[in-house]
Design a binder for this molecule. Structure first.
Ligand code: ZN
Length: 196
């Protein structure tokens, strides 16, 4: 199980540090826990993985064995997802406060979004921009918040390029200047693209 996670991590590492043009200084530390109750008690919320910025440690819950391929994919994706948080939050700690970018980038770059798009055809209930940009949306909508944030990051990356995405990570408050578009226009174009 640990070996599977390690292999997947190694396989994705060059792609991710290359994309963000950032080599973490020193080894990336990942703590793996196999007792879900204890894990969630320690973290203090009902999650299965997190990046603890103050300690620079990725902490994940993983079952002691995988029940099937889908289950294995879910937990290997999770480690990659948390590593992306680790990289972008080391580039700019403030990105952690802009949830739709922080989570959207992790969900998109980990390829979790692509995997979901292979089977998902329903894009109804597109959130408003106010919803997307409020942290409560993530608490309330759970998975849907990750999905829609991922699609907006995917849209930005495809249309404006990876350099623009890297600029956004460094200066998230300058999104309108970097993309040279108002937030309203960005929202309209993204949601229109999603309905296609
Ligand atoms: Zn995340």
């Amino acid at each position: 199980m640990i070996q599977t996670l390690a292999n997947s991590f190694e396989a994705n590492y060059p792609r991710i540090v290359g994309l963000f043009k950032y080599e973490p200084s020193g080894k990336t530390v990942v703590h793996v826990y196999s007792n879900k109750n204890q894990f969630q008690k320690m973290i203090g919320r009902s999650t299965e993985g997190t990046y603890v910025a103050e300690e620079n440690i990725i902490k994940v819950y993983t079952p002691s064995s995988f029940s099937n391929q889908k289950n294995e994919d879910e937990y290997t994706f999770q480690v990659i997802h948390e590593f992306i948080h680790a990289v972008i939050q080391q580039i700019n700690p403030a990105i952690g406060q802009v949830k739709f970018l922080d989570e959207g980038i992790a969900y998109y770059v980990s390829n979790q979004l692509e995997a979901e798009l292979q089977t998902r055809t329903n894009f109804a209930d597109i959130p408003t921009f106010e919803q997307l940009s409020s942290p409560e949306y993530f608490d309330k909508s759970g998975h849907e918040a990750y999905f829609f944030s991922g699609t907006i990051v995917r849209y930005i990356s495809n249309k404006y390029g990876v350099d623009a995405l890297n600029e956004l990570i460094k200066n998230p408050e300058q999104i309108e200047q970097i993309l040279n578009i108002s937030l309203n226009q960005l929202y309209e174009q993204w949601s229109e693209d999603l309905r296609k």
